[in-house]
Write a protein that binds this ligand. Structure first.
Ligand code: GDP
Ligand code: IMO
Ligand code: MG
Length: 420
């Protein structure tokens, strides 16, 4: 029986999960998303083409593989249709190999409006959400008011209308003006469009595949520091992005989990509000943003940039049970004279290497400085050929975390990947 391997982000998202999942897919029979929704933007590049995926798993470009949208995902029929139609136009027809869980929850037009209304009500303490209705949809799921994909085969209109009426009452109480007529029209068209895909009991399919010795890769969205339980709450998303989310988001038991690949950038980024201890507000931060093209894959928002944070990384590795690390975007720092890593925090209670409950209060990183590698890593394809300074950086991370760095990415393209 093959276990389910996992790829997930260890920072605040945008680590490069899309690229890595695409690279790893040839070794698997299926790729499954287990949480999140169109708040994700997963970028893949190959043969000079660039694709950004939001709800559809990143395994779709490696021919013949099954791709599953699991029960833990929240799906917007409008955005799903746009994404699937764009892929079909570029020659990737998914109707036979994309499966959607009946238990995935639907993002309604009023969920999007509620997301905007709640953000507006928070004023300066807003979360800086992606505005895709993620929080309100998961809220309805947990409060047992949600609308699920499988409902489209039931008395759907009345289920939809009841949920919409609840949302409208909230919006009225907030005094929030909106017009959803056009959105609603597109939404119902999206629902009809979805019916051409295989809408299934995905937990059954996934477990049948496991029993049939088929190898499945679970693809995370967002990152561990955005997890609703373990992230920098309340500046988080509304799902469990950690490894445990694979079990609830796909319906598989913990003892079915195999390798857990944790992805991180060689530095750190964050988009939206919330604490970020190693954030750089100076020229170096700007350089990271420019050289790393650190702008949101979907929203185009500027990503905040800073040094790698070992305290946060070790915390993420712990809660995820990471067995292999994947380091991305080291090439962005090719020209840096020195590179820093936070190895501890200075807090009011003294120095700590444990990720504190409240990282919003005065947390000052303690840095260790490394010599820059001053070399174009993008041209290198074998670990042996990396400069000594870069190997020192990689081996420091391995010795600090006790986890091997198994893959190093040195550029956005599929080919710019070194396996160890
Ligand atoms: P995801 O959400 O985790 O899939 O990551 P995003 O797609 O949002 O952001 C990662 C960005 O970095 C994308 O634009 C990728 O094309 C790009 N990228 C991925 N790996 C590398 C790398 O090793 N080097 C460089 N320079 N860019 C990379
Ligand atoms: P991928 O999968 C980076 C952030 C938002 C905001 C917070 C809550 O591409 O790594 P939400 O819309 O989820 O309620 O927003 O989470 N966020 C992400 N940041 N990458 C993502 O996804 C993100 N998805 C959500 O910016 O701070
Ligand atoms: Mg992204």
């Amino acid at each position: 029986m093959k276990k389910v391997d996992v790829v997930l982000g260890l920072q605040w998202g945008d680590e490069g999960k899309g690229k890595v999942v695409d690279v790893l897919t040839p070794s698997y029979e299926a790729v499954a998303r287990f949480q999140g929704g169109p708040n994700a933007g997963h970028t893949l590049e190959f043969n000079g083409e660039k694709y950004v995926l939001r709800s559809i798993p990143s395994g779709i470009f490696q021919g013949g593989k099954i791709n599953i949208i699991g029960n833990g995902v929240v799906l917007d029929p409008i955005l799903f249709r746009e994404e699937a139609e764009a892929l079909a136009k570029s020659g990737h027809d998914l109707t036979q190999r994309l499966y959607i869980s009946k238990k995935a929850h639907l993002i309604m037009p009023t969920h999007r409006i509620l997301d905007a209304a709640y953000e507006a009500a928070k004023g300066s303490s807003k979360i800086g959400t992606t505005g895709k209705g993620i929080g309100p949809t998961y809220t309805d799921k947990v409060s047992r008011n949600g609308v699920r994909v499988g409902d489209i085969f039931l008395d759907f209109k009345s289920i939809y209308d009841a949920a919409k009426a609840r949302h409208e009452a909230i919006l009225r109480s907030l005094g929030y003006a909106y017009d959803i007529a056009e959105l609603e029209r597109k939404w119902f068209e999206g629902i009809e469009y979805m019916k051409r895909f295989r809408i299934i009991d995905s937990e059954q399919t996934v477990n049948d595949m496991i029993c049939a010795d088929k190898h499945i890769l679970a693809e995370g969205a967002q990152g561990t520091l955005l997890d609703v339980d373990f992230g920098s709450y309340p500046f988080v998303t509304s799902s469990n992005t950690v490894c445990a989310g694979v079990c609830t988001g796909l319906g598989i038991a913990p003892n079915r989990i195999g390798e857990v690949y944790g992805i991180f950038k060689a530095y750190c980024t964050r988009v939206g509000s919330g604490p970020f201890p190693t954030e750089l507000f100076d020229e170096t931060g700007k350089r990271l943003r420019d050289l790393g093209h650190e702008y949101g894959a979907v929203t185009g928002r500027e990503r905040r940039c800073g040094w790698l944070d070992m305290v946060a990384l070790k915390y993420a590795i712990m809660v995820d049970g990471v067995t292999g690390l994947i380091m991305m975007k080291s090439d962005v720092m090719n020209d840096f004279d020195t590179v820093k890593v936070a190895v501890a925090y200075e807090t009011a209670e003294g120095r700590t290497t444990v990720f504190p409950y409240n990282i919003e209060s005065d947390v000052k990183p303690v840095y260790r400085e490394f010599r820059g590698w001053k070399c174009d890593l993008r041209k290198i394809r074998r670990y042996e050929d990396f400069p000594q300074e870069f190997k020192e950086y990689v081996e420091f991370i391995e010795s600090e975390t006790g986890v091997p760095v198994k893959i190093i990415s040195v550029g956005p393209d599929r080919d710019e990947t070194i396996m160890r």
